[in-house]
Design a protein around this ligand. Sequence first.
Ligand code: ZN
Length: 205
Amino acid sequence: MENTASRAKRFLIPTQPEGLSVDFVNTRYWRGTDTPTETFATIDDLLAWCRDCAGIPASMIESFRATHLPDEKTALASAIALREVLYRLYLSNAEGVEPDKKDLAVLREYLNSVAPRSELSRSGGRYEWGIDGQHVDLTCLLSPVLWSAVDLLGGTRLGKLKRCANDQCKWLFVDDSKNGSRRWCSMSSCGNRAKAHRHYHSKPG
Ligand SMILES: [Zn+2]
């Protein structure tokens, strides 16, 4: 039976690859340096990322702004805290150590209130999740990230999660290479830098 009252306001979010949560943790760059680059300096940066990278509809972001704008600092801090929890969970996996129980507990708390993926629809050649739009809070906004995190943590590609071998970069990536030998987040940045470094240091003195 359809409950028409609860269906009054719904949003459609395109399905996302499981790598979305890895993109999310990589919104902080150069983690191994004294001055990492932070993508989310303001709530607007976070909302723009949600729209452009996580497929959150503009109308849903407006709905969030309408009810949560006074708390924007808290919302931004919470989003960054969640991102760091995910980064540490992924990093511990990439390094083969047990995750911090506290981080796992925080993630579990978010998962308790994440929007359920129960309504799958198809439109314009793609799949979408229909979610309840009555109360768009931060967890709701970050639902695609949380879905992606669950898919990655509980999926077969978790063992392919790696940390870039550049100690200054520390980006995470899923190694989909055939022989699983990828070491760098990207050959064009960290890989070539390391090669140039090796070349320099191997020059005959
Ligand atoms: Zn890198």
